[in-house]
Design a protein around this ligand. Structure first.
Ligand code: 5GP
Length: 122
């Protein structure tokens, strides 16, 4: 699938749609999910145009890959859910249709602030 410049996260990245920002650096933007599934439900997205994790794994630069992983850790620390803070969380990426992905810009969900429960509910 080619990248759709009009997907909702592309619009958030361009500042055309507001978000409740948590963290930003040169590689990632993080903001609260509009429809939180847990007490804490953050999204972390790369700034590059990648449709999903497979696209990112095949086409992103090593710097972007490291930047995304470090960005996830920075967000978890900022939210007080990282292992450093004695907590924990779930990082999850839905990939394409069978994976349940709705927004076609790679994103990791970070769930925390409480026990997040079983890994797969259905
Ligand atoms: P997916 O199913 O693609 O893995 O997850 C997409 C997520 O994006 C959903 O959890 C949904 O609530 C969230 N979302 C969709 N539109 C918006 C929006 O405009 N703003 C924010 N903050 N989150 C959104």
């Amino acid at each position: 699938m080619s990248y759709d410049n009009n997907n909702i996260f592309a619009k958030i990245l361009r500042g055309e749609i507001p978000c409740k920002k948590i963290y930003e650096d040169q590689f990632v933007l993080s903001f609260h999910d509009i429809n939180p599934q847990k007490k804490i439900h953050a999204l972390v997205i790369p700034k590059g145009k990648y449709v999903d994790l497979d696209d990112f794994s095949q086409n992103a630069s090593p710097e972007e890959m490291v930047g995304l992983l470090k960005g996830i850790n920075s967000v978890a620390k900022k939210l007080g859910i990282s292992v450093n803070t004695g907590k924990g969380y779930r990082a999850l990426a839905n990939i394409s249709e069978d994976g349940g992905q709705e927004v076609p810009h790679l994103h990791f969900h970070l769930f925390g602030g409480e026990k997040v429960g079983k890994m797969v509910s259905e």
